[in-house]
Design a protein around this ligand. Sequence first.
Ligand SMILES: [Zn+2]
Length: 278
Amino acid sequence: MPELPEVETVRRTLNALVKGKQIENVTVRLPRIIIRPDDTQAFAHMLAGHSIVNVERRGKFLRLVLDGLVLVSHLRMEGRYGLYQAGEPLDKHTHVIFHFTDGTELRYNDVRQFGTMHLFQPGEDLTLPPLVKLGQEPLEPSFTAGRFKEIVSGKSTKIKSLLLNQEYVVGIGNIYVDESLHRAGIHPELSAKALTGEQLDRLHHAIVATLTEAVDAGGSSIKSYVNGQGESGTYQQQLLIYGRKDQPCSVCGTIIEKSVVGGRGTHYCPSCQQPSAH
Ligand SMILES: [Zn+2]
Protein backbone atom coordinates (compact mmCIF):
# COMPACT_ATOMS: atom_id res chain seq x y z
CA MET A 1 0.00 0.00 0.00
CA PRO A 2 1.41 3.42 -0.85
CA GLU A 3 2.44 5.36 2.25
CA LEU A 4 2.98 9.10 2.70
CA PRO A 5 6.02 9.45 0.40
CA GLU A 6 4.32 7.61 -2.45
CA VAL A 7 0.99 9.45 -2.09
CA GLU A 8 2.84 12.77 -1.81
CA THR A 9 4.72 11.94 -5.04
CA VAL A 10 1.45 11.09 -6.80
CA ARG A 11 0.02 14.36 -5.49
CA ARG A 12 2.89 16.41 -6.91
CA THR A 13 2.91 14.74 -10.31
CA LEU A 14 -0.88 14.77 -10.56
CA ASN A 15 -1.06 18.44 -9.64
CA ALA A 16 1.32 19.29 -12.48
CA LEU A 17 -0.85 17.30 -14.91
CA VAL A 18 -4.42 18.32 -14.04
CA LYS A 19 -4.40 21.62 -12.13
CA GLY A 20 -6.67 24.12 -13.89
CA LYS A 21 -8.42 21.55 -16.08
CA GLN A 22 -12.22 21.62 -16.30
CA ILE A 23 -14.24 18.40 -16.11
CA GLU A 24 -16.72 17.99 -18.96
CA ASN A 25 -18.13 14.71 -17.72
CA VAL A 26 -17.20 11.56 -15.82
CA THR A 27 -17.51 7.88 -16.73
CA VAL A 28 -17.71 5.35 -13.89
CA ARG A 29 -17.05 1.81 -15.14
CA LEU A 30 -16.83 0.16 -11.70
CA PRO A 31 -19.43 1.65 -9.33
CA ARG A 32 -17.93 0.14 -6.16
CA ILE A 33 -15.00 2.59 -6.31
CA ILE A 34 -17.43 5.45 -5.67
CA ILE A 35 -18.44 5.43 -2.00
CA ARG A 36 -19.99 8.91 -1.69
CA PRO A 37 -22.52 9.71 -3.04
CA ASP A 38 -23.75 6.14 -3.32
CA ASP A 39 -25.28 6.88 -6.74
CA THR A 40 -22.60 6.96 -9.46
CA GLN A 41 -24.81 9.02 -11.78
CA ALA A 42 -25.12 11.66 -9.07
CA PHE A 43 -21.32 11.50 -8.62
CA ALA A 44 -20.75 12.18 -12.33
CA HIS A 45 -23.45 14.85 -12.49
CA MET A 46 -22.04 16.74 -9.48
CA LEU A 47 -18.53 16.86 -10.97
CA ALA A 48 -19.49 18.00 -14.49
CA GLY A 49 -18.46 21.60 -15.16
CA HIS A 50 -16.08 21.89 -12.18
CA SER A 51 -12.39 22.73 -12.49
CA ILE A 52 -9.47 21.30 -10.50
CA VAL A 53 -7.98 24.03 -8.34
CA ASN A 54 -5.32 21.99 -6.54
CA VAL A 55 -4.33 18.44 -5.62
CA GLU A 56 -3.65 18.12 -1.90
CA ARG A 57 -2.94 15.26 0.51
CA ARG A 58 -4.19 14.27 3.96
CA GLY A 59 -2.34 11.25 5.34
CA LYS A 60 -2.46 8.56 2.67
CA PHE A 61 -5.47 10.19 0.96
CA LEU A 62 -5.41 12.48 -2.09
CA ARG A 63 -7.73 15.51 -1.97
CA LEU A 64 -8.63 16.87 -5.39
CA VAL A 65 -9.86 20.35 -4.56
CA LEU A 66 -12.28 21.65 -7.19
CA ASP A 67 -14.11 24.95 -7.43
CA GLY A 68 -16.94 24.07 -5.06
CA LEU A 69 -16.24 20.37 -4.37
CA VAL A 70 -13.59 18.14 -2.82
CA LEU A 71 -12.87 14.64 -4.17
CA VAL A 72 -11.11 12.39 -1.63
CA SER A 73 -9.32 9.45 -3.27
CA HIS A 74 -7.55 6.54 -1.58
CA LEU A 75 -5.32 4.36 -3.77
CA ARG A 76 -5.34 1.45 -1.30
CA MET A 77 -3.22 -1.38 -2.74
CA GLU A 78 -2.62 -0.60 -6.40
CA GLY A 79 -4.71 2.38 -7.50
CA ARG A 80 -3.01 4.74 -9.95
CA TYR A 81 -3.82 7.80 -12.02
CA GLY A 82 -2.68 8.71 -15.52
CA LEU A 83 -3.42 11.47 -18.03
CA TYR A 84 -4.35 10.35 -21.54
CA GLN A 85 -5.69 11.82 -24.75
CA ALA A 86 -9.36 11.02 -25.35
CA GLY A 87 -9.58 8.07 -27.72
CA GLU A 88 -6.44 6.29 -26.50
CA PRO A 89 -7.23 2.59 -25.89
CA LEU A 90 -8.72 1.90 -22.47
CA ASP A 91 -7.15 -0.60 -20.08
CA LYS A 92 -9.54 -3.22 -18.68
CA HIS A 93 -8.59 -1.99 -15.20
CA THR A 94 -9.60 1.63 -15.91
CA HIS A 95 -12.55 2.18 -13.58
CA VAL A 96 -13.17 5.93 -13.51
CA ILE A 97 -12.51 8.47 -16.30
CA PHE A 98 -12.59 12.23 -15.83
CA HIS A 99 -13.06 13.74 -19.30
CA PHE A 100 -11.69 17.27 -19.52
CA THR A 101 -12.84 20.05 -21.82
CA ASP A 102 -9.38 20.21 -23.47
CA GLY A 103 -9.62 16.69 -24.92
CA THR A 104 -7.51 14.96 -22.27
CA GLU A 105 -8.69 12.44 -19.68
CA LEU A 106 -7.61 11.56 -16.16
CA ARG A 107 -8.00 7.80 -15.80
CA TYR A 108 -8.11 5.89 -12.52
CA ASN A 109 -6.77 2.33 -12.85
CA ASP A 110 -6.92 -0.22 -10.08
CA VAL A 111 -6.08 -3.88 -10.66
CA ARG A 112 -7.10 -4.86 -7.13
CA GLN A 113 -10.26 -2.68 -7.12
CA PHE A 114 -9.78 -1.70 -3.45
CA GLY A 115 -9.45 2.06 -4.07
CA THR A 116 -12.18 4.48 -2.98
CA MET A 117 -13.54 7.92 -3.92
CA HIS A 118 -15.67 10.18 -1.74
CA LEU A 119 -17.13 13.47 -3.00
CA PHE A 120 -17.84 16.30 -0.56
CA GLN A 121 -18.85 19.93 -0.35
CA PRO A 122 -15.87 22.11 0.68
CA GLY A 123 -15.10 21.80 4.38
CA GLU A 124 -17.31 18.72 4.80
CA ASP A 125 -14.55 16.28 3.97
CA LEU A 126 -12.45 17.03 7.05
CA THR A 127 -15.42 16.53 9.40
CA LEU A 128 -16.66 13.19 8.05
CA PRO A 129 -15.19 9.73 7.37
CA PRO A 130 -12.73 8.78 5.99
CA LEU A 131 -10.68 11.86 6.96
CA VAL A 132 -12.29 12.97 10.23
CA LYS A 133 -10.28 10.82 12.64
CA LEU A 134 -6.87 11.30 11.02
CA GLY A 135 -4.07 12.44 13.30
CA GLN A 136 -0.95 14.57 13.02
CA GLU A 137 0.74 15.18 9.65
CA PRO A 138 4.42 14.25 10.23
CA LEU A 139 5.91 16.59 7.61
CA GLU A 140 4.18 19.73 8.84
CA PRO A 141 6.04 22.18 11.11
CA SER A 142 3.47 21.43 13.86
CA PHE A 143 4.99 17.93 14.23
CA THR A 144 7.61 18.90 16.81
CA ALA A 145 9.37 16.54 19.21
CA GLY A 146 7.14 17.97 21.93
CA ARG A 147 3.98 17.24 19.94
CA PHE A 148 5.20 13.69 19.30
CA LYS A 149 5.74 13.14 23.04
CA GLU A 150 2.19 14.37 23.75
CA ILE A 151 0.82 11.87 21.20
CA VAL A 152 2.81 8.92 22.57
CA SER A 153 2.49 9.85 26.23
CA GLY A 154 1.02 7.22 28.54
CA LYS A 155 0.08 4.75 25.81
CA SER A 156 0.84 1.12 26.56
CA THR A 157 0.54 0.05 22.90
CA LYS A 158 3.62 -1.39 21.21
CA ILE A 159 5.43 1.51 19.54
CA LYS A 160 5.16 -0.07 16.08
CA SER A 161 1.38 -0.50 16.40
CA LEU A 162 1.02 3.07 17.67
CA LEU A 163 2.92 4.47 14.69
CA LEU A 164 0.78 2.48 12.25
CA ASN A 165 -2.44 3.85 13.82
CA GLN A 166 -3.54 6.72 11.56
CA GLU A 167 -5.45 8.37 14.43
CA TYR A 168 -2.12 9.39 16.03
CA VAL A 169 0.33 10.16 13.22
CA VAL A 170 -0.74 9.79 9.57
CA GLY A 171 1.01 8.45 6.51
CA ILE A 172 3.36 5.90 8.09
CA GLY A 173 2.83 2.30 6.98
CA ASN A 174 4.80 -0.91 7.31
CA ILE A 175 7.85 0.15 5.28
CA TYR A 176 8.53 3.51 6.91
CA VAL A 177 7.73 2.36 10.44
CA ASP A 178 10.39 -0.36 10.20
CA GLU A 179 12.88 2.10 8.68
CA SER A 180 12.20 4.77 11.33
CA LEU A 181 12.46 2.36 14.29
CA HIS A 182 15.74 0.94 12.96
CA ARG A 183 17.14 4.41 12.38
CA ALA A 184 16.23 5.38 15.95
CA GLY A 185 17.57 2.08 17.39
CA ILE A 186 14.24 1.17 18.98
CA HIS A 187 12.76 -2.32 19.18
CA PRO A 188 9.32 -2.43 17.51
CA GLU A 189 7.67 -4.31 20.39
CA LEU A 190 8.59 -1.88 23.16
CA SER A 191 5.61 -0.29 24.89
CA ALA A 192 5.25 3.35 23.79
CA LYS A 193 5.11 4.57 27.39
CA ALA A 194 8.34 2.76 28.27
CA LEU A 195 10.39 4.86 25.86
CA THR A 196 12.68 7.50 27.33
CA GLY A 197 12.57 11.16 26.31
CA GLU A 198 15.83 10.70 24.48
CA GLN A 199 14.48 7.70 22.56
CA LEU A 200 11.37 9.66 21.58
CA ASP A 201 13.54 12.54 20.36
CA ARG A 202 15.53 10.09 18.24
CA LEU A 203 12.37 8.47 16.90
CA HIS A 204 10.79 11.82 16.04
CA HIS A 205 13.91 12.80 14.15
CA ALA A 206 14.06 9.40 12.40
CA ILE A 207 10.42 9.63 11.23
CA VAL A 208 10.85 13.12 9.78
CA ALA A 209 14.21 12.34 8.16
CA THR A 210 13.07 9.02 6.68
CA LEU A 211 9.83 10.41 5.22
CA THR A 212 11.60 13.51 3.88
CA GLU A 213 14.31 11.47 2.15
CA ALA A 214 11.69 9.09 0.73
CA VAL A 215 9.62 11.99 -0.66
CA ASP A 216 12.78 13.42 -2.24
CA ALA A 217 13.42 10.03 -3.91
CA GLY A 218 9.86 9.89 -5.31
CA GLY A 219 8.80 7.15 -2.89
CA SER A 220 9.62 3.44 -2.86
CA SER A 221 8.55 1.28 -5.79
CA ILE A 222 7.65 -1.99 -4.07
CA LYS A 223 5.20 -4.03 -6.15
CA SER A 224 3.53 -1.82 -8.73
CA TYR A 225 3.64 1.72 -7.36
CA VAL A 226 4.20 4.48 -9.94
CA ASN A 227 3.62 8.23 -9.75
CA GLY A 228 1.03 10.18 -11.76
CA GLN A 229 3.34 10.14 -14.78
CA GLY A 230 3.93 6.38 -14.74
CA GLU A 231 7.41 6.68 -13.21
CA SER A 232 8.84 4.55 -10.38
CA GLY A 233 10.31 5.96 -7.17
CA THR A 234 13.85 4.98 -6.12
CA TYR A 235 13.79 4.96 -2.32
CA GLN A 236 13.58 1.15 -2.24
CA GLN A 237 17.32 1.25 -3.04
CA GLN A 238 17.94 3.19 0.18
CA LEU A 239 15.85 1.03 2.52
CA LEU A 240 18.13 -0.13 5.33
CA ILE A 241 15.93 -2.69 7.08
CA TYR A 242 12.63 -3.30 5.27
CA GLY A 243 12.84 -6.37 3.01
CA ARG A 244 16.41 -7.16 4.16
CA LYS A 245 15.79 -10.29 6.27
CA ASP A 246 18.96 -12.43 6.59
CA GLN A 247 21.16 -9.61 5.30
CA PRO A 248 23.73 -7.82 7.51
CA CYS A 249 22.61 -4.63 9.28
CA SER A 250 24.19 -1.60 7.58
CA VAL A 251 25.05 -0.14 10.99
CA CYS A 252 26.53 -3.10 12.91
CA GLY A 253 26.67 -6.11 10.58
CA THR A 254 24.32 -8.27 12.68
CA ILE A 255 21.94 -10.40 10.58
CA ILE A 256 18.53 -8.71 10.23
CA GLU A 257 15.58 -10.67 11.59
CA LYS A 258 11.92 -10.70 10.64
CA SER A 259 9.06 -11.37 13.03
CA VAL A 260 5.38 -10.46 13.32
CA VAL A 261 4.29 -7.47 15.42
CA GLY A 262 0.60 -6.56 15.61
CA GLY A 263 -0.06 -8.88 12.67
CA ARG A 264 2.49 -7.16 10.41
CA GLY A 265 5.77 -8.55 9.09
CA THR A 266 8.48 -6.66 10.95
CA HIS A 267 12.18 -6.29 10.13
CA TYR A 268 14.63 -5.33 12.85
CA CYS A 269 18.27 -5.60 13.88
CA PRO A 270 18.50 -7.62 17.14
CA SER A 271 21.68 -5.74 18.06
CA CYS A 272 20.79 -2.10 17.22
CA GLN A 273 17.20 -2.50 18.43
CA GLN A 274 17.36 -4.07 21.89
CA PRO A 275 14.11 -5.29 23.49
CA SER A 276 14.62 -3.16 26.60
CA ALA A 277 13.97 0.55 26.89
CA HIS A 278 17.36 1.53 28.32
ZN1 LIG B 1 22.41 -3.31 13.63
